[in-house]
Design a protein around this ligand. Structure first.
Ligand SMILES: Cc1cc2nc3c(=O)[nH]c(=O)nc-3n(C[C@H](O)[C@H](O)[C@H](O)COP(=O)(O)OP(=O)(O)OC[C@H]3O[C@@H](n4cnc5c(N)ncnc54)[C@H](O)[C@@H]3O)c2cc1C
Length: 380
């Protein structure tokens, strides 16, 4: 019996488990998913949830409901990975042996590194509890300066903070307090998005809506006593409400097993998705150091490669399948409009479709249904 153990059952882990299950009927292969949570969260919904209170079930789904029957879910935390003995210790006291290991632990939101989220005017929308608190703060906001900024790169879904600025603009207009408010979007580059043509479009839309873009702002710290955000270069910007994307890093279990780089992200071969210098270990999604965005779309397009390469190895063949870095990204510019972008290793992001159509806004919303009904289950 060949046992494939997947550590982390977020989008990447569930997706790869289902893809492996779908691609092999072999009876001598078992698939085990280690994930302490019972639910999977559709994170893009946080952008909407910051502004309105939908029930949790609208974007949470029980993991068992989307996992194929053949995949065994162990609801525990992996506490230690022993690559020499090919085993994983679990928080329930068990030790589980593997023949193939897939790391899919995602990125940890290192909120403690900011040391300011306890304030009632410093928030983010990258976790459920944090988003709930942000929604409350937005409800109580009656004018002033809202500052939006990433704290470090990389962070999940690169356009999300920039999209958030569009959403805040609309929210304040609806509440008729836009004229009493300033929105500032801070970014470490000289333009609001890495790709020049996309950045030009974003800048045009920002100008139209009076959103201020502050270029080359490299976050250093929050001066919470004086309500200021300070850059490495010493610039200070005052806020009444700060929306700061938390620092991202790898999880403890990865760092302690010496499977991570300086930030705790897993050095991963960009084509085969094998973990560098380790046989029989693959990595997928936000836990990797791949030169692509930390996004569900990357997990989606790379999961068949991980699945296929492991199955090739099980058959005694070379893992020859290669991920070409392809991904897509919807950038929401209003609740009903978005831009559609395409990237890959070969054309980072030279070749892209730039659209601003009502239909793409709808597609982004419809995507949630596809996510739960087909993508997570490995049908697409
Ligand atoms: C606001 C927001 C908007 C976004 N919008 C988009 C979008 O429009 N399009 C897009 O493609 N992507 C988007 N993303 C990004 C996308 O949601 C993530 O990239 C994706 O969910 C990553 O999946 P993952 O499985 O790699 O990581 P995660 O979803 O973080 O899952 C990792 C899992 O590992 C588990 N874990 C961690 N440590 C251990 C351990 N020791 N033992 C066992 N399990 C462990 C965790 O509990 C977690 O469930 C967005 C993200 C956010 C926050």
């Amino acid at each position: 019996m060949q046992r494939i153990v997947i550590v982390g059952g977020g989008f990447s882990g569930i997706n790869v488990a289902n893809k492996i299950s779908k691609k092999t009927k072999r009876k001598n292969v078992s698939i085990v998913l280690i994930e302490p949570r019972e639910d999977n969260v559709y994170e893009p919904f946080y952008l909407y949830w910051s502004f309105r209170k939908d029930p949790l079930k609208k974007f949470h789904i029980p993991i068992r409901k989307v996992l194929r029957k053949r995949v065994q879910h162990i609801p525990a935390l992996a506490t230690k990975i022993d690559t020499k003995n090919k085993s994983v210790d679990l928080s329930n006291g068990e030790t589980i042996r593997y023949d193939y290991l897939v790391l899919a632990t995602g990125a940890r939101m290192a909120e403690e590194k900011v040391g300011a989220y306890e304030k009632d005017n410093v928030h983010h929308f990258y976790l459920t509890k944090a988003t709930t608190e942000l929604r409350e703060a937005l409800k109580n906001f009656n004018g002033g300066t809202i500052v939006i900024s990433p704290s470090t790169v990389p962070y999940k879904c690169p356009p999300a903070p920039m999209e958030f600025a569009f959403m805040v603009d609309r929210y304040l207009r609806k509440r008729k307090i836009r004229d009493k408010s300033t929105i500032k979007f801070l970014y470490p580059l000289l333009r609001p998005y890495p790709e020049r043509r996309v950045a030009a479009k974003i800048q045009e839309l920002y100008d139209k809506r009076g959103i201020e873009f502050v270029e080359f702002f490299n976050f250093e710290r929050v001066d919470k006593e004086n309500n200021k955000i300070v850059s490495l270069e010493g610039d200070e910007i005052e806020y009444d409400l700060l929306v700061l994307i938390p620092p991202h890093e790898g999880h403890k279990v990865i760092i302690e097993a010496e499977l991570g780089d300086r930030e705790g992200f897993v050095p991963t071969d960009r084509f085969t998705l094998k973990v560098k210098d380790h046989d029989h270990i693959y990595a997928i999604g936000d836990c990797t150091n791949l030169p692509v965005s930390k996004s569900g779309a990357v997990s989606h397009f790379s999961s068949p490669i991980v699945a296929k390469n492991i199955l090739l190895e099980i058959e005694g063949k070379e893992p020859t399948k290669k991920y070409n870095g392809f991904t897509i990204c919807f950038v929401v510019t209003s609740p009903r409009r978005s831009l559609l972008l395409f990237f890959s290793y070969a054309y980072p992001p030279k070749k892209f479709g730039l659209h601003n159509l009502f239909i793409y806004g709808l597609v982004k919303k419809a995507f949630k249904i596809a996510y739960f009904k087909a993508i997570l289950k490995g049908y697409l």
